[in-house]
Design a protein around this ligand. Structure first.
Ligand SMILES: [Fe+2]
Length: 308
């Protein structure tokens, strides 16, 4: 597949530019939960909602995209859709491509060069399967199309931009651990904070979590995946929690402006999720080939660097 083909390209309609975050905040809360990358895992809702419901004070829960992905089973898709609709949702590339596919976007992932062509091609076919399910649910694609791509929240007066990808684009990889491990990526992030006028970006999309300060005082909290393991040898998803209070149980955290910015474990029923996944995506299927190993063993990524 040529560079920039389906699954590689980032459609123009995905771009918003970091100046959009200068807008007035849509939310003012003491505690903000951000859960990106549920990927159609219905079992991840349970720990997430249990933790969220326990929060005192003013609060909001935002699903920042890719809440659908593996849920090609109609009843499961319906369940994920109705569960997310009870809260605030942004569309990720999955929902955007389900709702209004951009010409040549494929899965809309905007995959960078370090993701192999086989993975990209399988993701494009997965999106086609998922779209067939979405079209069976009346009103679903219209509801997904109507979701925003970003929002600004204030947590105790601190401005937080919530996105799916990065500061510029719905499917941008600027907040990936790969980009932020190199000086040009850090410099690009620093400029994005300047343009956006926010203190924190809460993102997802890149599948691996990041919690990184950038020069100038910005903090990037990428939750990785709420519905899949994020570290080798683990079976839990991660959500980002930003609050005036500590949860007391973060995997790792950083502080900024008297706020606690935490990565919180979502300990879902792994055995049930594995059965549910296999019922939809058996051995040899596209999702099985791309994701089963990660679902069972986790990605080759460690929390050690993040906990430092
Ligand atoms: Fe995504």
């Amino acid at each position: 597949m040529p560079s920039g083909g389906p699954g590689r390209a980032c459609p123009v309609s995905y771009r918003y530019g970091s100046a959009v975050f200068r807008a007035a905040a849509a939310l003012h809360v003491d505690t903000l939960w951000v859960a990106g990358g549920l990927y159609g895992n219905p079992y991840a809702f349970e720990p997430l909602l249990e933790l969220y419901e326990r929060e005192p004070g003013s609060k909001a829960l935002v699903f920042n995209g890719d809440f659908h992905w593996f849920d090609i089973d109609f009843s499961l898709f319906q369940k994920v859709q109705s569960s997310v609709e009870k809260f605030i949702a942004l569309r990720g590339n999955v929902e955007t491509e389900l709702a209004a596919p951009a010409e040549g976007a494929g899965c809309g992932c905007g995959y960078p060069d370090w993701v192999d062509d086989g993975t990209v091609e399988r993701s494009n076919r997965m999106l086609d399967r998922l779209r067939a399910t979405a079209l069976r649910l009346p009103g679903a694609t219209r509801a997904l199309a109507a979701l925003p791509m970003h929002l600004v929240a204030e947590v105790a007066g601190v401005r937080v931009a919530v996105v799916h990808g990065d500061a510029d684009s719905l499917a941008g990889w600027g907040f990936s651990q790969e980009a932020l491990s190199l000086p040009p990526g850090v410099e690009a992030a620093r400029r994005a904070f300047d343009d956006a006028g926010v203190r924190i970006f809460a993102s997802s999309h890149t599948c691996l979590p990041v919690l990184q300060e950038v020069p100038g005082g910005g903090l990037i909290a990428n939750n990785g995946a709420a519905g899949m393991p994020n570290f080798r040898g683990t079976h839990y998803g991660i959500a980002t929690r930003i609050s005036v209070r500590s949860s007391g149980g973060a995997i790792y955290s950083k502080g900024t402006e008297d706020l606690f910015v935490e990565a919180v474990k979502l300990e879902y029923d792994h055995a049930a999720w594995e059965r549910c996944f296999l019922a939809q995506w058996p051995s040899g299927s596209d999702a099985h080939r791309s994701y089963y190993e990660r679902i069972v063993h986790g990605p080759r990524y460690s929390a050690d660097a993040l906990a430092a």
